[in-house]
Structures are given as structure tokens and as C-alpha cells.
Design a protein around this ligand. Structure first.
Ligand code: ZN
Length: 113
């Protein structure tokens, strides 16, 4: 259900951007989604199909760029990329972790005419 509200914001944002840039039809939305958000591209795509009608995004599709979860250990100072959103250092097991990337949810660009 979380994806519904973020997708709604996404459609609103892209629609506003299209109006501001005098773009009549948005074709492509390049979206960065950090894996730490837990958002599922499939769910976002599903809601998007419903929410985009009667907006300037009606013919648009989303291109997802998944941003991996990168962490830095505050104890052993090693950097790692992890698949699961579990903040533990794979080297020393410490949970004193800085999250470097993975929280992103942003529109990198929109394309259209
Ligand atoms: Zn460590």
C-alpha cells in the first residue's frame, strides 16, 4: 500500500514538471529507487497504470534505476554493497553502519514532447 502513495506523488510531480516545461506528453520517466526503500518496481508500475490516466503521463512508462544499498562500517571502516536491507557489516558483524546509498526515491529526468 505504501507504493500507492509514492506513485501518486510521482504522477503529480511529473505532471507538474510537464506543465512547467510545456511538455504535452511525457513518454519516459527515469526513476531512481534505492533498494533500501523496499519499494517494489512491479507495484509502482501497477499503480502507475491506474494513476496516470487523464494526466500528461497517460502514455508514459517508467524506467527504473535500482540503486544498490551501500554501507560503510564505523568500526572496521570497510565499504560494502548489501542485497538485503539489514544493516550489519559483512566483515565484522558490527551494526554501527553509515548508509551511503539505497534510500533514493527520485525522478532523475522525464522525457517527452
Ligand atoms: Zn565492519
Amino acid at each position: 500500500m505504501h507504493e500507492f502513495s509514492v506513485t501518486k506523488s510521482l504522477v503529480d510531480l511529473c505532471n507538474q514538471e510537464a506543465v512547467r516545461n510545456d511538455m504535452k506528453e511525457v513518454r519516459i520517466i527515469n526513476l531512481k529507487v534505492g533498494r533500501f526503500t523496499g519499494f517494489s518496481p512491479d507495484s509502482i508500475r501497477f499503480y502507475f497504470e491506474h494513476l496516470k490516466t487523464n494526466t500528461r503521463c497517460a502514455t508514459a512508462s517508467i524506467v527504473f534505476e535500482e540503486v544498490p544499498i551501500k554501507i560503510k562500517c564505523c568500526d572496521c571502516h570497510k565499504h560494502s554493497t548489501i542485497d538485503e536491507p539489514i544493516l550489519l557489516c559483512p566483515y565484522c558483524g558490527s551494526n554501527a553502519i553509515d548508509l551511503i546509498s539505497g534510500r533514493e526515491f527520485s525522478v532523475a529526468s522525464i522525457e517527452g514532447e
